[in-house]
Design a binder for this molecule. Structure first.
Ligand SMILES: Cc1cc2nc3c(=O)[nH]c(=O)nc-3n(C[C@H](O)[C@H](O)[C@H](O)COP(=O)(O)O)c2cc1C
Length: 215
């Protein structure tokens, strides 16, 4: 099913939400965003809009050249080993029920993987960093090494990790430019996070980035 569903009434896994088109104009320069960026660990309870969520995901690793399929973050051999998932909390994004969503860059959409608010479980899996659960959303950057090691062998592991850093910084800077703040969490139990999020076995979780209004 495709389309923005305003009244979900228990949407099923596999439902796809089209996100608003991202904007190519912002209110803050890249220099200002670099200067003000900090890891944020206190968030306000204000919900994000679907447009803000769309903008964040597009900036993180969205398609910027549809003809060639190139994205906002560079990727060794343009193999794109990473995937983005979003844990959306209760009343956290306008018109989007809580759940785990998979970002679909080619169609600027979100596929619902599992309904329900898992923020507290993710915070627990991240060595009980409870501040994380106060953020309306958490973007989880995952990846499948095989997409990269198939061509580059062991070096593909390094390349995959480097790409995570690019995507993470894109998210940080876009959050700042939108007047939001992002945190970054690498301290978590991989297996627990994979289980909570129901990730495919080939997908490794790399980073969790809680994002919202700064408190
Ligand atoms: C790979 C990585 C993992 C991190 N993991 C955590 C974490 O688990 N919890 C946390 O509070 N901060 C985490 N941080 C944030 C750092 O503590 C933070 O970047 C550093 O203190 C510098 O502060 P700044 O980001 O505000 O410049 C992590 C940063 C990186 C790059």
């Amino acid at each position: 099913m495709v389309g923005i569903l305003l009244n979900w009434g228990g949407a099923a896994a596999g439902t796809v939400v089209n996100l608003p088109a991202p904007s190519l104009k912002g209110r803050m320069s890249v220099e200002e965003a670099l200067q003000t960026r900090r890891t944020i660990r206190r968030f306000g309870h204000r919900a994000l809009s679907l447009a803000q969520l769309s903008q964040l995901l597009w900036a993180a690793d969205g398609v910027t050249d549809p003809k060639r399929g190139y994205r906002s973050a560079p990727s060794a051999g343009a193999l794109y080993p990473l995937d983005l998932y979003v844990a959306v909390g209760e009343r956290s994004v306008a018109d989007l029920p809580p759940g785990v969503y998979h970002y679909l860059p080619d169609q600027q959409g979100l596929e619902l993987i599992t309904p329900g608010d898992i923020r507290k479980e993710l915070a627990k899996a991240a060595l009980y960093q409870s501040w994380m659960a106060e953020a309306p959303i958490m973007v989880v950057i995952t990846g499948a090494y095989a997409r990269c090691t198939r061509k580059y062998g062991e070096r593909g592991v390094l390349y995959t990790h480097i790409e995570v850093g690019h995507v993470g910084q894109n998210l940080f800077l876009q959050a700042e430019a939108l007047g939001l703040g992002a945190g970054i969490v690498g301290a978590f139990e991989n297996q627990e996070v994979s289980q909570i999020m129901n990730l495919p076995t080939a997908q490794e979780p790399f980073l969790i980035m809680p994002i919202g209004y700064k408190h």
